[in-house]
Design a protein around this ligand. Structure first.
Ligand SMILES: [Fe+2]
Ligand SMILES: [Fe+2]
Length: 472
């Protein structure tokens, strides 16, 4: 069961060959996906050989195989984590009953929406990142970008499998829709805000993989608890791939910080822009931006939808099964930060309605761990500077703070106060132009752009100066 059948047109570990209807539906979708990939996938690198990993089994040990692949020939397929024997629904109204192997009729619409919303983010990020290849800071980074891109493509396959296998005709229409929307398109935008933003440079990309892919981790982890077992198993395997995306973000930003700190020491100056690096205050501004738009992805603090997803046993909490409570939350409360006149206050709210906020809290703790590691690099260089996560109300567009101006410290501001200050807190057009000016391709083996340090080690025990992407 764990091994993946690569003799099939669509690699899978779900015995696709035994379900002719589903196989036909997916085989019809496959060429449309490839057409989308050619149109919207990495621009200018469709014929290039890239050192990529491909999943060969879903075992925790050694599921990956590395080798040179041209991206359109990547073996995208359908991989679910192993079923858990006698798994029962861990939360909500159906807690304690055997998990569903089919979609419960009354939840069909809601479940489809959940899957489509998750699925939509996967191709969106590939579209957002499609022009980055030509300004790569190194072959190592270029390879990692493409690895993330093909895996986001596979995540799209994962969601399309669920739609086609369990939602009949509606599901097939949604599968087509996932290939029709476009990140940032005025007429057919992607569903969620952060996935319509531009990823114009590599700093934005590294911040995106740290902050926005991490939202993905938390969404997938709560769906991995779902009473609908095929969704739970799909998400569990996706999480193993997602871990690499966050590794790219965390180590990537860490290497930028490293480079900046090295230059500050060597040249005895804070003005590292003169030496082609990115100063720490600018990094803080990029961090503020990407963190705040990613916080929005969790949705409103108080949400009936979130309560319903939980009560229906469709979407759980992060690490639901590790929590020691009744897993129903009908009478429980949860502390939620709110604006109270001129100040911020924390009030107990019904736990069910506050599930978005709770997931956001788990996410914030995780982000802080990454910042701590970056701060350690700064400290090791003896530099007096610390990255801080801005207040949760800073620069929000969704939820209770959407209409207020708040400083990174959490102080409420008037519009007049915000105007001149925001230049200190968010990237200015000049900052963006500076970062953009650094985006010169570096494609010589083992060489890195001026603004980023080499990684501590290469991919799959290969040396750092390995030929990760074979450019003609
Ligand atoms: Fe993904
Ligand atoms: Fe991802």
């Amino acid at each position: 069961m764990a091994s993946i059948d690569y003799t099939e047109r669509i690699p899978n570990n779900v015995n696709l060959g035994e379900d002719r209807r589903l196989q036909r539906a997916l085989e019809e979708w496959q060429p449309k996906f490839l057409e989308w990939w050619r149109d919207m996938g990495p621009h200018g690198f469709q014929a290039t050989e890239v050192y990529l990993r491909t999943a060969v089994s879903v075992d925790p040990q050694g599921w990956a195989q590395f080798g040179y692949v041209r991206m359109p020939e990547y073996r995208w397929g359908i991989f679910l984590a192993e079923p858990e024997a006698a798994r029962v629904i861990p939360f909500g109204d159906h807690k304690g009953r055997p998990v569903w192997q089919d979609v419960p009729g009354e939840y069909r619409g809601v479940l489809r929406r959940l899957i489509v919303t998750q699925g939509d983010t996967e191709p969106a990020s590939v579209e957002q990142q499609r022009h980055l290849g030509r300004t790569c800071p190194s072959l190592y980074d270029l390879r990692n970008l493409f690895q993330v891109n093909v895996e986001e493509g596979r995540h799209l396959w994962a969601m399309v499998y669920l739609l086609d296998a369990y939602f009949g005709r509606d599901g097939r229409e949604e599968s087509e829709g996932l290939l029709e929307r476009r990140a940032g398109d005025e007429d057919k935008p992607r569903i969620l805000g952060a996935f319509n933003e531009k990823t114009p440079d590599w700093l934005s990309y590294l911040m995106f993989t740290f902050f926005t892919d991490r939202d993905g981790k938390y969404q997938l982890a709560s769906l991995a608890e779902s009473g609908f077992d095929p969704l739970a198993r799909t998400c569990r395997f996706m999480l193993t791939e997602e871990a690499h995306h966050m590794f790219v973000g965390e180590t990537g930003v860490g290497r930028v910080v490293q480079r900046t700190c090295e230059l500050m020491r060597e040249r005895k100056t804070d003005d590292v822009r003169r030496h082609g690096a990115i100063d720490l205050p600018t990094l803080q501004k990029y961090l503020n931006f990407h963190y705040s738009v990613s916080l929005d992805l969790f949705g409103s603090e108080i949400s009936t939808n979130a309560a319903n997803f939980y009560t229906m046993s469709l979407k759980g909490r992060f690490e639901e099964t590790k929590k020691n409570d009744d897993h129903r939350l009908q009478d429980a409360t949860y502390p939620v930060t709110e604006q109270d006149g001129e100040t911020m206050t924390v009030r107990e709210q019904p736990a069910l309605q506050s599930l978005n906020e709770r997931l956001r809290d788990d996410y914030i703790v995780d982000c802080q761990r990454g910042l701590d590691r970056w701060n350690r690099i700064i400290k090791e260089h003896g530099i007096d500077f610390e990255f801080r996560l801005p207040h949760r109300a800073f620069h929000r567009k969704i939820g209770t703070f959407a209409d207020v101006r708040v400083s990174p410290e959490g102080r409420l501001l008037t519009e007049a106060e915000w105007g001149p200050k925001k230049r200190q807190w968010l990237p200015t057009p000049e900052d963006e132009a500076y970062v953009q000016s650094l985006m010169q391709p570096v494609t010589e083996r083992g060489t890195f752009a001026t603004w980023i340090a080499p990684p501590a080690r290469g991919v799959n025990s290969q040396p750092v100066d390995f030929d990760y992407v074979r450019l003609a």
